[in-house]
Design a protein around this ligand. Structure first.
Ligand code: ANZ
Ligand code: ZN
Length: 801
């Protein structure tokens, strides 16, 4: 049987109206010094909202509503990441333009979000597929290009030989075209790139600003992705067939120069230009065949230690710079073309993969030379003899941004037979997408935009002669790399955002979103922020001061999916339980980083709790001028105890919110309801001041996660709307004396210990106590401390070097 939602749709609608009419959640931007920019990753409109969105929004709203109640000017914007492939595929099926599908979904999602009661500032809403937004994405592209940070070069793409088209990575399923099932190959086509590698050092070094604020795991992933390695380049002279030097050299990158004397062969990446140059004529065919096979495998598979070590001998030899020995040169797929120099020295005595390769191909394993004792000695020798020098290598590659797809931002470039590549002038932006529909979006050997001839053919902006537009569109990660800045000035028509607005709001104090964006989206946003900083548009170099990655919402132990039939639709849950019960169940489910199993939650229990809360407000009722009836003498002390509980609860919750322990906050609010009930049961009157204080405080606290019930309570307690405009309760310190609280210690963002301390503990005492804890000592493992953040009496946050 269905439980009737405690909060009917009508009541929800009533409060939504009140919030809109009062402009409750609009950022005031009134010059108040206390302001806070809170941000959720913006949704992609592929359908109605799912439970993952519901989780992010519920969690972030706790923080947004809290700071608002504390008197901060809060900016909590919402928008849509609305270009992308699913809309294009739907449009092909439905015979329409992708805007139709996109806008239908946005409308559905917007309805659900409003119903969910999230405190978004709708006046800043943006959608990346709108010309008034993408005009500035094109502007950004042109600024990058002016600085040499956007360029065209050959790049490997996924190519479907049957459909004659480039495929996005998402369209390649197990090596085959998602559409027709043909085996996908790699092709080199001219593509646009953003030169993120020029910012590699800054992307790494600025991470010190994020320590303590971002999960350590995400920082590690970013570091590994950039993959800076200090090493050396070593040059080997190529021997001509007669054994004398041919004047050519092979340069390898190594992090172990000390092992140079033990090198017994060289390996180059099969698809590198070097392989083709070094290859003897009678082996060229074999190399070509091998290269095609190698290029089809991904970098990760190719790097695996246990992968079968295949390769082709190129028929070429080099001289060992130390021993003068002749070393054979091979091409093999375990060497990656875009890493280091695309060539390595094989040292089977020291490196597992080299050893496996040597065994597989009968190459010499035991070296004639001994290793050098230290790398420093090796470097000194290389520099003295001119055979090499120190070098830095990065794993990071430039960002391939062009897509041969329709539903994205057109690249604002015109190709002229006389002038070459010409930028579309700023005052002619946006370059609008032509209105293509249905089968016009199907690739026909060329990108869909290339087939739209009347759109492609334009006069050259420089010479006026006949020219053609670039027919690629941008990766949607470009759209999302700067949207958080647009939120600062959503109405600006002459600039992407006003620097003075960005100065006021940036960086976002907290960014909440999924861990699946731990690398690319965050890296690109950081990159673009740094470029805009260099352009003088923003002061900060890091866009997001703190980051919270929520866990996944699963169902019955498995990820929700259509094929398992275990998907849960937010709309249905809202119909069934009401927004407050769903939100409360989400926040109460556990620590935000943990996965939530929807099957384990009980929104029905949350409904019962909310109904009890409402009843309590009814019992207390509106304040009247009549004196409160006095309590029976049997329970004189009840009021004081209740007051102590209320103030202690508020005080504890402040600390818990600072540590993102939202689930515990819910538990404390529930406990407050129980204590109030018990106190009433002892005979304290519902009209007593202490009871009123408890219930009013309860309503304010509850508004963080169950806003509709909180608003209703507030009204029934006799207040004007809205509880969102109530002030955060002020803690009366005199009620906290003799008190202890639980302090928590985090090391590298992970909870390591908790212990009881006096509320009066000082920062120094608390730091000392934390450092003496055995669990903390273990977590430190003797490593040096970079920074200790102490917030007495509750939090010690230790960041290691
Ligand atoms: C000789 C050597 C001896 C190496 C030894 C390692 C251990 P990471 O930190 O993993 O990048 N390397 C260089 N360029 C490469 C490429 N394009 N594809 C595949 N491997 C490449 O280590 C860098 C090491 O990876 C380099 O140091 C090189 O092998 C290899 F006992 O050189 B080493
Ligand atoms: Zn021209």
């Amino acid at each position: 049987m269905r439980v009737k939602p405690a909060m009917s749709r009508d009541v929800e609608a009533k409060w939504q109206r009140v919030w809109v009419e009062r402009g409750t959640f609009r950022a005031q931007d009134d010059g108040r010094a206390t302001r806070r920019y809170l941000l959720t990753m913006f949704p992609y409109p592929s359908g109605d909202l799912h439970m993952g969105h519901a989780e992010v929004f519920a969690l972030e709203d706790v923080v947004a509503r809290y700071w608002r109640l504390r008197g901060y000017d809060v900016m909590n914007p919402i928008g849509w990441d609305s270009f992308g492939l699913p809309a294009e595929n739907a449009a092909i099926r439905r015979g329409e333009n992708p805007a139709v599908f996109t806008e239908e979904n946005i409308a559905d999602q917007a309805r659900s979000i409003r119903r969910y009661g999230v405190s978004f500032d709708w006046s800043r809403r943006l959608e990346t597929h709108r010309p008034e937004y993408y005009r500035w994405t094109q502007w950004l592209f042109l600024r990058l290009r002016e600085r040499g940070l956007a360029y065209r070069a050959a790049g490997a793409v996924n190519w479907c030989p049957r459909d004659q088209t480039v495929l996005a990575n998402e369209q390649v399923v197990a090596g085959r075209c998602e559409r027709c099932g043909a085996q996908v190959s790699r092709r080199d086509l001219t593509q646009w790139f953003f030169r993120v590698t020029a910012y590699a050092d800054r992307l790494l070094d600025d991470m010190t600003q994020l320590e303590g604020g971002w999960p350590e795991r995400v920082l590690t992933m970013q570091r590994n992705w950039i993959g800076r390695r200090e090493g050396v380049r070593v040059r080997f002279d190529v021997l001509s067939t007669g054994g004398t030097c041919a004047g050519e050299v092979v340069e390898v990158f190594t992090t172990r120069p000390d092992t140079l004397p033990a090198a017994t062969f060289l390996v180059v990446a099969p698809e590198s230009g070097l392989a083709a140059t070094l290859c003897a004529a009678d082996r060229a065919d074999e190399l070509l065949r091998y290269r095609d096979r190698a290029a089809a495998a991904g970098d990760i598979a190719r790097s695996a230690v246990n992968r079968e070590k295949t390769g082709v001998f190129l028929g070429t030899w080099v001289a060992h710079p130390v021993t003068g020995e002749r070393l054979p040169v091979w091409a093999a797929d375990y060497v990656l073309p875009r890493s280091g120099t695309g060539a390595v020295m094989g040292v089977p005595a020291c490196d597992e993969r080299d050893a496996a390769f040597a065994r597989a191909h009968g190459l010499r394993e035991t070296p004639p030379g001994e290793r050098w004792p230290t790398a420093a000695q090796a470097i000194a020798w290389l520099e003295a003899t001119g055979h090499g020098e120190p070098a830095t290598s990065y794993r990071l590659r430039d960002w391939l941004v062009s897509r041969q797809r329709y539903w994205g931002v057109p690249i604002p470039i015109v190709h002229c037979p006389r002038c070459g590549e010409v930028a579309v002038p700023d005052d002619e932006l946006p370059v609008r997408l032509p209105d293509l529909c249905g089968s016009e979006l199907l690739p026909r050997g060329v990108a869909p935009l290339a087939a739209a001839r009347s759109w492609v053919e334009v006069p050259c902006p420089a010479c006026g002669g006949p020219a053609e537009r670039d027919t690629d569109t941008m990766d949607t990660f470009v759209d999302s790399s700067w949207y958080f800045l647009r939120y600062c000035s959503p109405d600006a028509t002459d600039v992407p955002f006003r620097p003075e607005d960005a100065r006021r709001w940036m960086p976002a104090a907290q960014y909440v979103g999924g861990a699946e964006h731990a690398i690319l989206h965050l890296l690109y946003s950081r990159f673009v922020t740094k470029v805009l900083h260099d352009l003088g548009m923003v002061d900060v170099v890091e866009p997001f001061a703190t980051l919270l990655n929520q866990g996944h919402v699963i169902n019955g132990g498995r990820a929700m999916s259509k094929s398992l039939g275990n998907g849960v639709k937010l709309g249905e849950q809202l119909d069934r339980y009401g927004a407050d019960a769903v939100r409360l169940a989400m926040v109460f489910a556990g620590p935000p980083e943990d996965d939530i199993d929807w099957a384990d939650l009980s929104p029905a229990a949350m409904q019962r709790f909310l109904a009890r809360a409402l009843r309590l407000a009814d019992e207390v009722g509106p304040a009247t001028s009549l004196p409160a009836p006095s309590s029976p003498p049997s329970a004189p002390a009840g009021g004081d105890d209740l007051r102590r509980t209320v103030h202690r609860t508020v005080r504890d919750i402040e600390g818990l919110l600072a540590a993102d322990r939202f689930n515990v906050v819910v538990a404390r609010v529930m406990e407050l309801l129980n204590v109030t009930r018990r106190t009433l049961a002892t005979g304290l009157g519902a009209r007593e001041a202490a009871v009123r204080e408890a219930v009013e405080t309860f309503a304010v606290l509850l508004s963080l996660f169950a806003p509709y019930t909180a608003e209703e309570m507030w009204e029934r307690l006799g207040h004007e709307p809205s509880v969102s405009d109530a002030a955060w309760p002020v803690v009366d310190a005199s009620l906290l004396t003799d008190e202890t609280v639980e302090a928590v210690v985090q090391v590298q963002g992970r909870l390591r210990d908790r212990f009881t301390v006096a509320t009066t503990v000082t920062a120094d005492e608390l730091r000392q106590l934390a450092l003496e804890r055995p669990a903390v000592q273990r977590a430190l493992a003797g490593r040096a401390i970079a920074k200790t953040v102490v917030r007495p009496p509750r939090l010690v946050n230790i960041v290691l070097r």
